[in-house]
Write a protein that binds this ligand. Structure first.
Ligand SMILES: [Zn+2]
Length: 217
């Protein structure tokens, strides 16, 4: 299970900070709620494209001794299962949908001038599909704003609340992904149980596999 690392600095600062396992060690398990400190369980690597950064970052992983499941601490600037950071995605969607710029100009606004236009189209499609649910979820935090479409309304609400704050609320409390979960993790960001025959009786590992997947788009 992925939980958010309450960190808002730069990627470089994040890398330095995550070296200390105690700093943000969860004091209870987010999955079985056992009241015992989780133990450090190494890192996994994931790719990230951020303004001024493109490469691999480490994501810290913890293990619950009670249920034997792992929790990983994803920094707030990264979106689960998306290579591009929250700020890159936000800049693109604002430029394209709110300001009506072309796909190419929106890519420039998002500091991705060489990005294939199909990627931007894909983000817009996913966002529009998710927009009504986003607006409904964010209504718990902010009065819904009047707009011509669900997409615009969700964008205005995200802008008003702040993208990081909105992402923190949506993801941590509701397991809502800004672009919608990929099909294999829908609807709540958790892997569907595999057929029982593949797992030993009592094993819960089928819910916990956090091996990083290739990150599409
Ligand atoms: Zn647990």
């Amino acid at each position: 299970m992925q939980i958010l690392h309450p960190f808002t600095g730069s990627v470089r600062e994040y890398e330095a900070e995550i070296s200390h396992p105690d700093r943000y060690r969860p004091d209870h398990c987010p999955q079985c709620q056992a009241r015992q400190t989780l133990i450090g369980h190494g890192f996994y690597q994931r790719t990230l494209v951020e303004v001024g950064f493109e490469g691999s970052i480490r994501v810290r992983r913890y293990l619950c001794r009670a249920c034997r499941r792992t929790a990983s601490l994803l920094p707030e600037f990264a979106l689960p299962y998306l290579r591009f950071s929250l700020s890159v995605l936000a800049a693109f969607l604002i430029a394209r949908l709110l300001e009506g710029r072309t796909l190419a100009a929106a890519a420039v606004a998002a500091s991705q001038p060489h990005m294939p236009y199909q990627r931007g189209q894909f983000w817009v499609r996913r966002f529009r599909r998710q927009a009504e649910a986003l607006g409904a979820a964010l209504a718990a935090k902010i009065t819904p704003l009047a707009a011509a479409s669900f997409g615009l309304r969700a964008l205005l609400m995200l802008q008003s609340l702040g993208w990081i704050a909105a992402h923190r609320f949506l993801f941590s409390e509701l397991r809502v992904h800004l672009l919608g979960w990929p099909a294999f993790l829908a609807p709540h960001g958790r892997r569907a149980a595999l057929p029982a025959a593949r797992w030993p009786r009592g094993s819960k590992t089928h819910n916990t596999c956090l091996a990083p997947r290739p990150l599409p788009a």
